[in-house]
Design a protein around this ligand. Sequence first.
Ligand code: ADP
Ligand code: MG
Length: 715
Amino acid sequence: MELNSKIKKTFPRISETQEKALKKLGVETVRDLLYYFPSRYSNTDEIKNTKSVQKGEKVIIYARVKRIKATKAYYKKIPMTEATLEDNEGVINAVWFRQPYISKMLPEGTFAKFSGTISERNGRPYLANPEYEISEEIPVGLFKEIDKGEDNFIFPIYPESKGISSQWIYHNIKKIFESGLLDEIEDPIPARIIKKYNLPSLKTALIWIHSPKKEPDAQSARKRFAFEEIFFIQLIRQKQRKEYQQNQSFKIDKTIKDTEVLTKTYPFELTDSQKKSISQILEDFGKDYAMSRLLEGDVGSGKTAVATTTAYAICSSKPAGKKVGNLQVAYMAPTEILAKQHFESFVEYFSNFNMNIGLITSSGCRKFPSKTDPKKSTNISRTQLLKWVENGEIPILIGTHSLISKSVKFKHLAYVIVDEQHKFGTKQRQLITKKDDVIPHLLSMTATPIPRTLALTIYGDLDLTLLDQMPTGRKPIITEIVTPDKREQTYSAIRKGLEEGKQLYVICPRIEEPDPDKAGALRVKSVKAEAKKLKEEIFPEYEIDILHSKMKPSEKEEVMKSFEDKETNILVATSVVEVGVNVPNATMIIIEGAERFGLAQLHQLRGRVIRSNDQAYCFVFSDTKTQQTLDRLRALKTAKNGFELAEFDLKLRGSGELSGGKQWGISDIGMEAIKNLKMVEASRTEAIKLTEKDPELKKHPLIAKRLEGLEVHFE
Ligand code: ADP
Ligand code: MG
């Protein structure tokens, strides 16, 4: 047996279903299986009888199927299975939504193990969509081998897939252990680091994570793997950073004083935070290597002014050793609407500076100023625009992804600004920055509130600047947490706003009717149903439209346009849709099912109504009765900014719930490290030290090999 052996070859008798299931779980080799970690541990405590269960509890019940039938749910014609399960103590009901076939799989009289969470209906507990495994009897001593005589022994629970049970995984991992393979595996983390942070070795950690004798051993192993994951991400980032810094850059000596000619024309005073950010960026411009910096600031914190000011410093500079011409700036936005808006902003900010500005999107190009009217912009052909960009006559080019197409060539591209960087992969960033021998400075801007530890990890190759101050004079959004008894009253208040001509967003968690597969999902609002209800019962006199991700781009644009033109008063949308990029007249937002969102996400949704000088309102609707959830939501009223809320999220929600890790390419175990600032800092420090001392990784071949495989995932 070897680490790279295929599971199929190593363990014969794997059925086709099982093979598929393993693939789905991401397990193809022996190594994959060893690194397939339990999601949690259980102990014999968790085995309950039908009478001793409590709402919300995760339980395992061994019971016999007393009655079972396929039916239709009462509220819709949704097929389901209902069963009554019986053990020595009594009975409990079980329900499976959309799985009528279960009635055939578990005929009456079948004895099985049921595991799931206890829900409640009409005050009676039931098992919602439990997993089941037919067995002959209660398998006492099932995990005997790790039972060292204590009353409660712990055993690992792995995420399962149809055909591959937690037990299957456990038993086959045991077989790997028995094969002696562990003795051959080398630890990729240098011994010095293992010792310094008191981490278990790879072999020990693998044993502890899969079959711990006691809880602290499992914790210690998880800590090691969390460290390992973050350490490797940091190594990749440091390597990228080093590579980036090896290139020649445009060295520019400008201070904030040099930009005052521009900033004094702004209709406002820069905030201290903006000034600090600008200074930091200008300092970077003067260094021997290209800047790579992330500017994080809430929606409305004024990132554009930082971008325009620093862009001015660049395009008012001449190429080194030249008397004519100027350096160029590229500004990349995630959507066409945003690109157009930024073009307008740049035109406004630079209107007195006789500076050519271009806009390039897939649907057309524009240039400022127009030949006929120096105060206006005009449509031009793509060919013409590209020609001017290539010969350097257009110092500022704004656009979408089109900016990174091969046909776009700059003469002296010195500065790239990427708005909402999380939408662009590192790869795209490299595409746009590697067009020339001399590497441009890079500024990424984002409003996505993420905790500092996460930022330090996923953006580990970037320096971080926080824009943590809102422009003065802006009225903070009034946020209300609305419980069901206040709903009517709130609608009345909103009606007043609508009467004054203001517009309203309504955000719902779902597009369609609720997905009944999920327990408790029945009351979750859907865009379509909610729009219908609002029209029929609450605001019949107003125009209501819907917007969601399954609509065609052209449909979306139409809906957005009529909202912008105030033809629509109320826009009901899902949270995933980027709505209202800039509709200053929309000053009210309702968020339905708020308890289902993270605080940082709620904050971002709320940011849609900050675009105006009028008082904005956010109504956070929640049906929850738990005090804890209400307290969590109340943080929206007190937190100073999105980053504070992101930190709150991190503290308040379990790492399981902070599942967002996937979108950053971080596993659940890696997210445990994200909760731990010390661990993130340690992994970062060690990664920096290692790449400083051994940039080619000649002394660390194991690390070099591992990075090769990983880099593909983290581009
Ligand atoms: P974001 O950080 O979301 O990109 P913007 O740059 O779009 O924010 O700025 C939001 C609004 O705030 C714009 O209308 C801009 O003109 C205004 N603004 C920016 N900086 C200041 C400031 N220091 N004082 C007052 N208003 C400002
Ligand atoms: Mg912006």
